[in-house]
Design a protein around this ligand. Structure first.
Ligand code: LLP
Length: 445
């Protein structure tokens, strides 16, 4: 496997095409993975995940910091276990995610709890296990959290998620730092909310938080948001409300196609430089990255099941007709194209010599026209060909559903020339296990 640097895939440090034309994750051919584990299959590179965390941590070395992996990007237990071992805490947004952290052996004392609609049961559980901090997102949440903490005889550590009203320049569905978004507490209300939090005995103010969006490819919105946050911190400390930690959220983008986001260490260095200039470098610095940790560490492997259209059906000479490559993965496995019109790279998994390339819409078998993975892609395929969807480590498996009673895919973690099954493929029985048939008497008639 002579790995010519030019055969590495953009953005994917541990995926390359070997000299014989076979795509590999680390040392393993993806064709072998598909043979062994079946398709559709998610395959992740352990080295890529570890290196992306280390890029953040390297730039933060020597300072008080915590990288809280935003596990909504990919919440597989084995990945959480790996990230905990790398020193990560976790950013969670539900009681379910908290249980995953605990099941993976993560430390609840390194968990920040974000989210606009935390229920009282979720708050109580998070207090019981001792999460590091609640990122409070509304004025009423302050009151409810204080009540739940008082009722259970605990003190809730809080940080207000400030909505700085800056434009992250990203897709409207994943932009969160504008006044018109549902997230956080408006900048001009934050002072008053902190005063209230500081006055409630069952709350302890420990920090300030902001997250402005996702797939951000430029440093400047981060600096704008940081400036707004620091203005608040200065005002708060003038009033005697101490703000030990600054959580700047997640959001760093990855390369799907030709985006050129800053490297994680460059982003961290720019933020630290700005903190130093403004005299705030002594604070604990926290991040909540998701996509930039796992996004380009993963592939979705899928096999062509049916080809239709003039490129395949010799009798079809309609010049207007499209070519469809119908694969065994679908929108239920990978929602991003259907939901955001997202572009995800799709490449052949093996050598294509002798197969003529044609332009295909790569679609799934789900009964929706929105069920597509890529449109107008030039690929050399035949029925049974294996394809790889790139950049599928983040917001892919974690957004999968069972629509059309399709079991969710299996997941494997590749480490050098070994592969570990980290999630089994769901069977139909798994899907209807919790359902109940009506008793005969309830059928009426
Ligand atoms: N912190 C908070 C409070 C968040 O809401 C998010 C993401 C993150 C951190 C992590 O952001 P990241 O580093 O992954 O950009 N499903 C969409 C992305 C939704 C992001 C939601 N919040 C997609 O597939 O593009």
């Amino acid at each position: 496997m002579t790995a010519d640097a030019s055969l590495h895939l953009p953005g994917h440090p541990h995926v390359h095409r070997d000299a014989d034309g076979h795509l590999r994750v680390e040392g393993l051919r993806v064709e072998q993975l598909a043979e062994r584990f079946g398709t559709p299959l998610y395959a992740y590179s352990r080295a890529a995940i570890v290196e992306s965390v280390r890029a953040y941590r390297r730039a933060l070395a020597g300072r008080d910091h915590l990288v809280c992996y935003a596990m909504k990007a990919n919440s597989n237990l084995a990945l959480l276990q790996l990230l905990a071992a790398e020193g990560c805490g976790f950013d969670i947004v539900s009681g379910g995610e908290l249980e995953r952290v605990l099941a993976a052996g993560g430390d609840p004392g390194r968990v920040v709890f974000s989210g606009v609609g935390k229920t009282e049961a979720e708050m109580a559980r998070a207090l019981e296990v001792g999460v590091l901090c609640f990122n409070v997102e509304s004025e009423s949440e302050i009151e409810r959290l204080a009540e739940v903490a008082a009722r259970t005889g605990r003190v809730a550590r809080v940080s207000v998620r400030v909505n700085p009203d800056v434009d992250a320049g990203t897709h409207p569905y994943i932009s969160t730092g504008l006044k018109s978004n549902k997230f956080g507490i408006a900048h001009d209300r934050a002072l008053e909310v902190y005063r209230r939090a500081a006055a409630l005995p069952s709350l302890q103010v420990v920090g300030i938080d902001c997250h402005i969006g996702s797939q951000i490819t430029d440093i400047s919105p981060y600096l704008d948001a940081l400036d707004r946050v620091l203005d608040l911190v200065e005002a708060l400390e003038r009033e005697g409300i101490r703000i030990p930690h600054l959580d700047v959220g997640g959001g760093l983008g990855i390369t799907y196609r030709d985006e050129a986001p800053p490297a994680a260490d460059a982003l961290v260095a720019a933020l630290i430089g700005h903190l130093e200039r403004r005299g705030h470098a002594h604070r604990t610095l926290m991040f909540e990255p998701g996509r930039s940790i796992v996004g380009n560490a993963g592939l979705l492997l899928t096999r062509a099941v049916v080809l239709k259209g003039p490129a395949h059906d010799t009798g079809n000479v309609d010049p207007q007709a499209k070519n469809f490559c119908i694969v065994d993965a679908a929108m239920n496995d990978l929602m991003r194209p259907a939901m955001y019109g997202a572009w995800m790279g799709i490449v052949e998994a093996g050598p294509t010599a002798g197969l003529p390339p044609a332009t295909w819409d790569v679609v799934g078998p789900v009964c929706e026209s929105g069920d597509w993975l890529g449109r107008d892609r030039v690929l050399a395929v035949k029925p049974g060909s294996l394809l790889a969807v790139l950049s599928a480590g983040a917001y892919a498996m974690s957004m999968a559903s069972n629509y059309n009673t399709r079991g969710r895919a299996a997941e494997v973690l590749v480490d050098g020339d070994r592969a570990w099954l980290i999630r089994e493929r769901e069977t139909p029985l798994d899907l209807f296990r919790g359902e109940h048939l009506l008793e005969p008497g309830a059928l009426g008639g």
